[in-house]
Design a binder for this molecule. Structure first.
Ligand code: SF4
Length: 64
């Protein structure tokens, strides 16, 4: 499973990283920095929880 993160939508709310700290990492400005990365094995449900928490719907999870 791969993460697609629209940085143009991301507002730095950081809820993704709060809800799924093992999946999402933020850059030095607080924006989600995981675009194109693969979800770690066994963390798919956590990734989904974090994606759903995003107020901007900036995160999509796609099968790889
Ligand atoms: S919750 Fe959404 S808007 Fe906030 S940092 Fe994460 S991806 Fe960006």
């Amino acid at each position: 499973m791969k993460m697609i993160v629209r940085k143009d939508l991301c507002c730095g709310a950081a809820l993704c990283a709060q809800m799924a700290p093992d999946v999402y990492r933020l850059d030095e400005l607080g924006y989600n920095d995981m675009d194109g990365q693969t979800v770690p094995a066994g963390k798919e449900a956590e990734a989904d929880t974090g994606a759903r928490a995003c107020p901007e719907s900036a995160i999509k999870l796609v099968a790889d």
